[in-house]
Design a protein around this ligand. Structure first.
Ligand code: LLP
Length: 425
């Protein structure tokens, strides 16, 4: 985070709290979240995107405190399950400021959304339309957005590219599915078509694909007005804004994105003689990732072949991203100053497979040894939220730091937690 400082003895403080102190007090592995950094990022979005609904994508990381912070900063919430929805509600998040996503929403997801009064439900398939309408109580109307697949390839990895037709999300613009779904929704008296949605992908570092998406979706808005005589008031452009995980990587310039998207929207709407719809964006990673640090203890260092393996006490169960997407991180030694020259090492986890590699060929001081602490910056998104129960090691706690104080947000998963769902013997 921006508030990370290195002291002369090599320790790192975040928001005025030493990482060594956090390791001692809460144990390792532990995830540390800088509250001020989360809030600063929320505010930067609000400032860059006036007259826009900024919805934090809860899938990046959610806990009650996080929901509370983003709410206080004036953001809405993108949720994709009854679980995320209910957790946010228990933190006091107003359901009408939420949007529910999902390509395969369960009856439970839809029941929770309708019962709690979620602001928008994003329809992802034609089949979902009648099913949803049938559950909306008589005399009421549910606002929906249609998730459109605009046919745009963007995103850093195939697993997170969602703007093209060869993946599971959305209603295709190219083959007419989108247009068909529009007609279906307009024919449902219990559904109110509030607008269109698209989400191109994740870790997108250029503004261009968003501008293409605006043009294509405004084209569809214009066609909807021609064919049906209705002017849809909302346009949600999803998330996907890239962050830099390592020095030299490029983050998406959010301020530039905002300026250019709004200019493109104004121009495209003027050309089509349409009023400018209200814009929404759904950043997840760009709010949470840079605010988080993962902190591990090193139980062992050893040589194997021509490599040095630095093992940490977590791994793919708390951060599956390197194994899933082959992405890189920049771990560093914390807690002591080392005069040793950096050597290339492979930072591995504790799990029972050779693929449990957190960072390959990264420089760490040549005297790194068992007992040291290693911190992995930019760990606030898609790590805790994607943590698994693999090897029953227990998911790590999440600690918030602010103004020189640390407090526990989510406790470590205990041995009791781990066995408590097992009711079979
Ligand atoms: N809106 C929708 C509908 C989404 O599906 C997503 C992310 C977002 C917003 C937020 O995207 P963001 O701004 O965070 O890129 N597990 C992967 C990322 C998966 C993203 C899924 N959808 C990773 O660790 O890189």
């Amino acid at each position: 985070p921006a508030s990370a400082r290195t002291a002369p003895h090599g320790d790192v403080t975040v928001a005025g709290v030493a990482l060594t102190e956090i390791a001692e007090r809460f144990g390792t592995p532990v995830y540390v979240l800088d509250e001020a950094e989360v809030r600063r990022r929320c505010r930067a979005y609000r400032a860059a995107f006036p007259d826009t609904d900024v919805l934090y994508a809860a899938k990046a990381f959610l806990c009650r405190a996080m929901a509370h912070w983003v709410r206080e900063e004036g953001l809405g919430l993108d949720v994709c399950s009854a679980g995320e929805l209910e957790l946010a509600v228990t933190a006091g998040f107003p359901p009408e400021r939420m949007v529910l996503h999902g390509n395969a929403k369960s009856p439970e997801d839809l029941r929770a959304a309708l019962r709690l009064g979620v602001g928008r439900i994003v329809v992802d398939s034609t089949g979902e339309i009648a099913r949803l309408a049938a559950q909306v109580p008589a005399g009421t109307r549910q606002k929906v957005l249609l998730r459109i697949t605009p046919g745009i390839a963007a995103g850093s990895h195939a697993a997170v590219r969602t703007g093209t037709d060869d993946q599971k999300f959305g209603l295709s613009l190219a083959d007419g599915t989108a247009q068909h779904a529009v007609a279906r929704v307009l024919g449902q008296p219990r559904l109110e078509l509030a607008g269109l949605h698209c989400h191109l992908g994740s870790q997108i570092d250029s503004v261009k694909p968003y501008l293409s998406a605006v043009r294509r979706l405004v084209g569809l808005l214009a066609r909807i007005r021609r064919q049906h005589g209705v002017t849809l008031p909302e346009l949600d452009l999803g998330g996907g804004h890239a962050v830099a995980y390592r020095p030299g990587e490029r983050a998406l310039d959010v301020a530039a994105l905002a300026v250019r998207v709004r200019a493109e929207l104004a121009a495209s709407c003027a050309a089509a003689d349409l009023p400018v719809p209200r814009l929404a964006v759904e950043p997840g990673r760009a709010i949470a990732a840079p605010a988080g640090v993962a902190l591990y203890r090193v139980p062992s260092v050893k040589r194997g072949g021509d490599r040095t393996f630095v093992a940490v006490d977590g791994g793919m169960s708390d951060n599956p991203r390197p194994a899933l997407y082959g992405v890189g991180y920049a771990p560093r030694l914390v807690g002591r100053r080392s005069g040793a020259a950096p050597v290339p090492v492979t930072v591995v986890g504790r799990h029972c497979e050779a693929g449990d590699v957190l960072a390959a060929d990264v420089p760490l001081p040549g005297d790194i040894r068992a007992g040291d602490l290693v911190a992995v910056p930019v760990s606030g998104a898609y790590q805790v939220s994607m943590a698994s129960g693999y090897n029953l090691v227990g998911r790590p706690p999440v600690v918030a730091v602010a103004d020189g104080r640390a407090r526990l947000l989510v406790r470590r998963e205990s041995l009791t937690d781990l066995s408590s769902r097992d009711v079979g013997l």
